[in-house]
Every structure is written in C-alpha cells, then in structure tokens.
Design a binder for this molecule. Structure first.
Ligand code: PRP
Ligand code: MN
Ligand code: MG
Length: 188
C-alpha cells in the first residue's frame, strides 16, 4: 500500500506489527496456560478493533471476547480528561479474569475509568494489553486488579500516531501500518 499523503513516516510496518503482536500473544498464552479459570478479552472500541482481531487469533487458550466503548478525545488531539463509557459489555465478567485490549495508553484516563468499572462488575483480575504505550504522557498510573499483568507491544515517544485502528478525527484507522501524522494536519 502506498504511503498516505498525510503521513510523515511509518513508525511500524505490517511485518513489525505482526511480530510485536505475536510476542504479546505468546506471553499471554504462557501466563494463561496454567489456569482453567474463565477469561474474557475485552477490546476497547473503537481504536483497539484491529489489534484485537489480530491478537485473539494468536492466543492459544480458551476465552470469550467482548467489546466496550469509551470516548475521550472527540475530534481533537487532546484528551479532555473525562472519558465516558458509551457502550457497555454484553458478557457478565463477575468472577472472570479480564484482559483489556487497547490500541494505545496515553494519559491513562481511559483505563482508569474502565478498570474501576470492571472492578465494580466483579472481575476477579484485570490485565491490560496495549499495542502501543506512551508513558511520557501518563497522568494516572495504570492500576491493575488482582494478579493482573500489563502487556505492551511497543513503547513510543510523544508523537501523533495513527493507523492500525488509531484515528485523528475518525480518519486513518484503516491504515495497515502505524504512521506519524504530518504536523500541519493536526495543527490546522
Ligand atoms: C484513544 C485510544 C485509547 C485512549 C488512550 O481512544 O484508542 O482508547 O484514547 O488515551 P488516554 O490514555 O489518554 O485515555 P479515543 O478516546 O480517541 O476513542 P477511539 O478509540 O474511538 O478513537
Ligand atoms: Mn480508544
Ligand atoms: Mg480516537
């Protein structure tokens, strides 16, 4: 696929993405294989849809899959600090081990809301599996629950990444690579 004209450069190409996803899936498979407790993998819509589809095909233990929708950025580039759950789970996660799947953890606000929410629903552990992690932007520490773990594919700098599920104003989610957006696109 030709590079989109709004993209400055590719941060992770399809081959690199696939290998990062395999690494994380392998760790999760290893961590889950010693237990027969029920596991639910929860993708955070919309951004996580592509990573979710890729990683669930590589985790080799049984689990159920659900989606939850949280929104915090609207059409801008900055989190407004108050993410809102706009579509809840279908599956009852009481007594289940939950793995939250995200495309990116930035300020941590989205995860903070979600983890409290899943805790109140009675999940017995909460892990986080994020494709990208931007720790330099963190405002709230990621608080896991029970013996939950934090998995990440790749740590990135504070650059505006899009593609592989991630958007700017709902665009670029379909790009099969992670790209850095040209500054004039998000500054205008
Ligand atoms: C993005 C991204 C994460 C969240 C991370 O979602 O997909 O869910 O922001 O940011 P945070 O750590 O600062 O909370 P967004 O709210 O843009 O919704 P989307 O997934 O529909 O794009
Ligand atoms: Mn999101
Ligand atoms: Mg977004």
């Amino acid at each position: 696929m030709a590079l989109h004209s709004d993209i400055e450069r590719v941060l992770l190409n399809e081959v690199e993405i696939s290998s990062l996803v395999s690494n994380v899936a392998e760790q999760i498979t290893k961590d889950l294989s010693s237990s027969s407790d029920p596991v639910t993998i929860v993708g955070v819509a919309t951004g996580a849809f592509m990573f979710l589809a890729d990683i669930v095909r590589k985790i080799e233990v049984p689990f159920s899959v659900d989606l939850i929708r949280v929104e915090s950025y609207g059409s801008g580039t900055e989190s407004n600090g108050k993410p809102r759950i706009s579509s809840d789970l279908k599956i009852d996660v009481r007594g289940k081990h939950v793995i939250l799947v995200e495309d990116i953890v930035d300020t941590g606000n989205t995860l903070a809301i979600l983890i409290s929410h899943l805790e109140s629903k009675g999940a017995c552990s909460i892990s986080v599996c994020t494709f990208l992690d931007k720790p330099s932007r963190r405002k709230i520490r990621v608080r896991l629950l029970g013996d939950g773990k934090f998995y990440r594919g790749f740590e990135c700098k504070d650059e505006f990444v899009v593609g592989y599920g991630m958007d700017f104003a709902e665009k670029y989610r379909n790009l099969p690579y992670v790209g850095i957006l040209k500054p004039h696109i998000f500054n205008k």
